[in-house]
Write a protein that binds this ligand. Structure first.
Ligand SMILES: C[S@@+](CC[C@H](N)C(=O)[O-])C[C@H]1O[C@@H](n2cnc3c(N)ncnc32)[C@H](O)[C@@H]1O
Length: 248
């Protein structure tokens, strides 16, 4: 997907938060594409039924919010100290939402234009539901490469206490546990680039005041091969905590 086009099944106007995107009616014959249908923007794949959307009201988000699914990530960012968090790798916003539901102010960066459109749509829908509107108010969405934007944002808004990173992890693509729909997301965003990770990791450790938290599969390698100061380990996920350069 080179440019961000939103496909429509029938003559419907896009809602105001998506009004700037180009639209088309003839669905693509292959690959993944953005589809606006039933008032939801989702990622679809030609010839496949599954869809991927940002869903802050759905079962998984509700479970993580109410059944303590955010416990480990909360500990990793030390949420009881009420840190400001910059989530540099927004994706489908699930981690940002858990952090926001812990009452933290989260600035969420996403560089991929189509993923960013999915995020804006998820937030716009969440604002219509009082129970979760209060949570998404804590999330500020920023479109762009976090590594390029950190300095400018720090000058304007102050440095964050914590930078949170969940870069794409190569082995996830091969894992049988990756659901078919999530494979669309991987197809859209592509393979991680080693240089990218290094640039982002350095920018994060430069701007964070207290810590940088990196999410990894439980048995995954360290980001850029750097050993963390300490770790929080769950059943399938691990959070590696690094000290900022100024404190290391
Ligand atoms: C594995 S996903 C993150 C999933 C996310 N934690 C969630 O809970 O849904 C990684 C995302 O980070 C984005 N990304 C990677 N490097 C980035 C950067 N330097 N700046 C902004 N976004 C970035 C990718 O486009 C992708 O959408």
């Amino acid at each position: 997907m080179n440019e961000t086009i939103i496909y429509l099944n029938h003559e419907t106007a896009l809602p105001p938060h998506l009004a700037n995107y180009a639209t088309a009616f003839r669905l693509p014959e292959n690959g993944v594409y953005l589809l606006y249908d039933d008032e939801i923007l989702s990622l679809a794949k030609a010839g496949e039924k599954g869809r991927v959307c940002v869903d802050f009201a759905g079962g998984a988000a509700h479970y993580r919010r109410t059944k303590g699914g955010g416990e480990l990530i909360g500990k990793a960012v030390n949420h009881t100290s009420q840190p400001t968090v910059w989530d540099a790798t927004g994706g489908l916003g699930r981690d940002s939402f858990v952090l926001a539901s812990l009452g933290l102010q989260v600035r969420t960066f996403e560089r991929h234009a189509a993923v960013f459109a999915l995020l804006i749509d998820g937030v716009a829908r969440a604002f219509r539901q009082p129970e979760i509107a209060e949570i998404v108010q804590n999330i500020q969405l920023i479109h762009g490469n976090a590594a390029d934007l950190f300095t400018e944002h720090a000058a304007q808004f102050g440095k964050p206490d914590v930078v949170y990173l969940d870069p794409m992890y190569p082995e996830r693509q091969k894992s049988a546990a990756v659901k078919k729909e999530m494979a669309y997301f991987h197809e859209l965003v592509g393979q991680p680039q080693c240089n990218d990770d290094e640039q982002l990791f350095t920018a994060a450790r430069t701007v964070a005041k207290k810590r940088v938290v990196v999410k990894r599969p439980r048995l995954g390698e360290f980001l850029c091969g750097v050993k963390p100061a300490y770790q929080y380990e769950g059943k399938s996920t691990r959070f590696d905590v690094y000290l900022p350069f100024q404190a290391a």
